[in-house]
Design a protein around this ligand. Structure first.
Ligand code: GDP
Ligand code: MG
Length: 180
């Protein structure tokens, strides 16, 4: 696979309940990068899609991100082990207006922990659809507490307003870099 001269390649997965906005978040991130290379490589055989883009880390090397999205099969809880193979970073995404999606986060975390290989996986909790403040039903304090209890940072994002989208990936990739 083309590495665009990048020294590192980070495989990152987005996980969370259906309809929380994972695909929108990813597409916003990949599309909202003027001047950076992107490619889309659907992998229908394994039921996932991935995108690649290069990212210049602040005070660090240029890295190639391989971003994996579940293609709808999160509804059935049948994500294959191959999806998690060699993953070094995971965005655990929930919708701030969907309480259930928040309550399922520990399950997703557990699933990755139980299927991961030798790599240390860096997680970031993502409270998505932050533009919907009037109907939110998960408080930032609850997010903070959950993130702390699982040992990860958290960020609130909106694909609609393009709020903190790049920041979420920057925080995650910086964490991955520091753990190398
Ligand atoms: P996925 O199943 O987790 O991949 O979720 P999708 O990306 O398909 O999005 C599910 C729904 O949420 C769609 O109707 C999106 O338009 C909507 N959505 C995604 N991101 C946002 C956001 O930041 N704000 C709002 N208000 N809606 C969003
Ligand atoms: Mg999707």
């Amino acid at each position: 696979m083309e590495t665009w001269g990048c020294r590192y390649q980070f495989r990152i997965a987005l996980l969370g309940e259906a309809a929380v906005g994972k695909t929108s978040l990813l597409r916003r991130y990949v599309a909202g990068a003027p001047g950076l290379e992107t490619e889309s490589e659907p992998e229908p055989t394994v039921g996932v899609e991935f995108y690649s883009r290069a990212l210049q880390l602040t005070a660090g090397p240029r890295v190639k991100l391989q971003l994996w999205d579940t293609a709808g099969q999160e509804r059935f809880r049948c994500i294959t082990r191959s999806f998690y193979r060699n993953v070094v970073g995971v965005l655990l995404v929930f919708d701030v207006t969907n309480r259930k999606s928040f309550e399922h986060i520990p399950d997703w975390h557990q699933e990755v922990m139980s299927t991961q290989g030798p790599n240390k996986v860096i997680f970031l909790l993502v409270g998505h659809k932050s533009d919907l403040q009037s109907t939110r039903c998960v408080s930032t304090q609850e997010e903070e507490e959950l993130a702390a209890s699982l040992g990860m940072a958290f960020v609130e994002t909106s694909a609609k307003n393009n709020c903190n989208v790049a920041l979420a990936f920057d925080v995650l990739t910086t964490g991955i870099q520091q753990a190398l």
